[in-house]
Design a protein around this ligand. Structure first.
Ligand SMILES: Nc1ncnc2c1ncn2[C@@H]1O[C@H](COP(=O)(O)OP(=O)(O)OP(=O)(O)O)[C@@H](O)[C@H]1O
Ligand SMILES: O=C([O-])CC(=O)C(=O)O
Ligand SMILES: [Ca+2]
Ligand SMILES: [Mn+2]
Length: 666
């Protein structure tokens, strides 16, 4: 840029435009003067000027192109000849095929990259799009931009720019809203019933699989795909499930929100660049059109929300709910089908490992402590929610954790607290408008506030997330009746009885004073996600526990000293000491006594836990009230188990009698 020497000691703009020299009035301003000694005049920078002529050019200097995707496995490979462009084209073709409407000829025209960055050196080159052929809709006349496996930083920008309710919190997490739904909608889940699934899956009373036919699935699929293709841009994630390399599943998630893409980035296993190059065709695809409702006039629909699984097509469609957990748990359902077919047990459990390689599984319904207790500073975290148990040992299905945040405290759950940082999705929390500090106590949006973070945000995560066969199987129940002991050692039959029962008791809305605890029984501690009959999973668990000599435990993380309203929730610190004693092996050989009614073996002492709380009868001020409540709960257990009484569990029919006998007796 041309520099003008000062004429009279005044400052002047260095400018290409006609000089202001000679104009009277305003003083001339100059910012740089190379002819004078630097310290003669006041100026704000002495460096060389930037190599840009325009602001746009300047901005383009900020962004370095990502390192070229890994040069493909050296020189010996047969298919190494693919150019970067060819690879790119194949990728877009694969995505176009995913998004193809089945009533039209082709997939949509796709372009990689953010439409807002057109002309900024982005890859919008026309030779990358797929040439359209005959098309029956105007959507064929437009491009759909594909935001493919964006990084967390890019997704933050997309969310903040385009999604209302997205904010950066004081610790760097992305606070977001999931819309009208802040939890899953199990009653809106549908599974296509065809010849195969008719035989394989669990249908009817108690089953989570509500049927739909293939045609209706296609109606909803078309609705979702049309909605997604009508958008200017969609997000595509190509990722993996299951850390066991032999049984890894490739999943593709097509979604309309950066929130959904970041959530799945965190929750699924993130591919390396090499793995992404060779990704190929996914094993399962999710079409998340959650902002768009299903059509209530469609057969089988009972609301404007529908979550549809078609195992034959390997597809899932989401309409009418933006709650991201639907994607996570939808895929979990798929794993509950695919894995047992390979003799691998899929489990709704957390999992961690001690320094000596002792593995523990933590089963339990929502809110019972899987995430809280598997995240243990003294142990390696394998995973917090979904696992497989195969001949090779255990493996996490996911690449991230999904922690409940209500009443989260730095003191009680430091590792989870510290994981809520840049990259973490924070759903439906309330924060200070100015400081952006999150108020974890606030339930204004929902009680089900959640944080989704990559597992490596937990400092002692075990990566890869696999481990040897479990030594302890811990069944968690949050018993709001306050009658189950804080810990009991279970026989194998008792473990099966409680695993099939899947008990917890929570307290529904607490607005108008004290409410009765609500008992929930959910087979395998996850009836909402299993696909086959519960006894199928139970038999596999029994067989594996027996074979590998695992011990079962029942831990009450709920009430002590009375039911909800009079007693209190057992202190997390005590539960942690109990869990420590299980891990260390101390509890295996402790002194035990047997409780009445439930017939549970309870220890008389545990280090760090007041002995009097170990037998709940001691903690109730009214012993009769305790006995009545215990009988009441036992009755609920019995009633729930009736439907299973006629099922044989595994090949051993002896086991059936034993399991029945392992329930409450009174
Ligand atoms: N004694 C206790 N043991 C375990 N958790 C406790 C205890 N007391 C209070 N809590 C709280 O209970 C909640 C347990 O939730 P957690 O996220 O671990 O559930 P989860 O089993 O992982 O459920 P989901 O499958 O829905 O993720 C946490 O908010 C935790 O702080
Ligand atoms: O799926 C969800 O929304 C949360 C969860 O882990 C569960 O409910 O088990
Ligand atoms: Ca959890
Ligand atoms: Mn869960």
């Amino acid at each position: 840029m041309e520099k003008k020497a000062p004429e009279n000691g005044e400052f002047s703009f260095a400018s290409n435009t006609p000089r202001s020299t000679g104009r009277k009035g305003l003083p001339k301003i100059q910012t740089q003067d190379h002819n004078k000694k630097a310290n003669d005049v006041c100026h704000d920078d002495s460096g060389t000027p930037v190599k840009a002529k325009t602001i746009d050019e300047l901005h383009s200097l900020q962004r370095k192109k990502s390192a070229p995707t890994t040069p493909i496995k050296g020189t010996q490979g047969a298919f190494t000849a693919l150019s970067e462009e060819e690879r790119h084209k194949q990728q877009l073709q694969s995505i176009s095929a995913s998004l193809a409407s089945l009533t039209r000829e082709t997939g949509p025209k796709l372009v990689k990259g953010d439409p807002a960055r057109k002309g900024e050196g982005q890859q919008i080159a026309h030779h990358h799009h797929i040439t359209p052929t005959l098309s029956a809709s105007d959507s064929a006349l437009k491009f759909t931009h594909i935001l493919y496996n964006l990084s967390p930083a890019e997704l933050y920008e997309q969310a903040i720019k385009y999604e209302k309710g997205s904010f950066i919190t004081s610790t760097g997490a992305l606070a977001t809203l999931s819309g009208a739904k802040t939890g899953r909608s199990p009653r809106d889940k549908r599974v296509v019933r065809d010849e195969t699934t008719e035989e394989d899956l669990w249908w009817g009373k108690g089953s989570p699989n509500i049927e739909m036919d293939e045609h209706t699935f296609m109606v909803n699929r078309e609705r979702a795909v049309d909605y997604l293709n009508s958008l200017e841009k969609v997000f595509v994630n190509d990722q993996f499930l299951n850390w066991d390399p032999e049984h890894r599943i490739k999943v593709r998630i097509v979604s309309a929100r950066a929130y959904h893409s970041l959530f799945m980035h965190n929750m699924c296993i993130r591919p390396t660049l090499e793995e992404l190059e060779d990704f190929g065709t996914p094993d399962f695809t999710i079409y998340n059109a959650g902002q768009f409702p299903c059509n209530r006039y469609t057969h089988y629909m009972t609301s404007s929300t529908s979550i549809d699984i078609n195992l034959a097509r390997k597809e899932m469609v989401i309409l009418g709910t933006q709650y991201a957990g639907e994607m996570k748990k939808g895929l979990f359902g798929v794993m509950h089908y695919l894995m047992p077919k390979r003799q691998i047990l899929s489990l709704h459990s957390g999992c961690n490992m001690g320094k000596d390689g002792d593995v523990a599984l933590f089963f339990g319904l929502s809110g019972t402590g899987k995430t809280t207790l598997s995240t243990d500073h003294n142990r390696y975290l394998i995973g917090d929610d979904e696992h497989c148990w195969s001949e090779n040992g255990v493996s996490n299905i996911e690449g991230g954790c999904y922690a409940k945040c209500i009443d989260l405290s730095r003191e009680k759950e430091p590792d989870i607290w510290n994981a809520i940082k840049f990259g973490t999705v924070l759903e439906n929390v309330v924060f200070d408008e100015h400081t952006r500090e999150v108020d974890y106590i606030d339930k204004s949006v929902t009680e089900n506030t959640r944080a989704a973070y990559p597992i490596e945000y937990i400092p002692n995560a075990k990566i890869p997330c696999v481990g040897p066969h479990p030594k302890n199987v811990i069944l968690l129940a949050c018993d709001a009746f306050g009658v189950l002991p804080p810990v009991s050692k279970l026989s194998l039959a008792q473990t099966m009885y409680h695993f099939i029962s899947g008990y917890t008791a929570l307290v529904a809305g607490t607005e108008d004073g004290i409410k009765e605890p609500q008992a929930t029984f959910s087979a395998c501690f996850g009836a909402a996600f299993i696909m086959m009959h519960p006894t199928k999973y139970a038999a596999m668990l029994a067989e594996k526990m027996q074979k590998h000599g695992a011990t079962g435990w029942l831990v009450n993380t709920g009430w002590s000293g009375g039911s909800y309203g009079s007693g209190n929730r057992i202190k997390l610190a005590y539960t942690r000491r109990i869990i420590d004693a299980i891990h260390s092996g101390c509890l295996l050989n402790a002194k035990y006594k047997k409780t009445e009614v439930f017939g549970l073996e309870i220890p008389t002492e545990i280090e760090g836990v007041p002995s009097e709380i170990l037998d709940p009868v001691n903690t109730w001020s009214d012993e009769n009230a305790y006995k009545d409540t215990q009988l009441k709960l036992a009755g609920l257990f019995k009633k729930n188990f009736e439907v299973f009484a006629n099922y044989k569990i595994g090949k051993d029919s002896m086991l059936k009698e034993e399991i029945l006998a392992a329930g409450p007796n009174y």
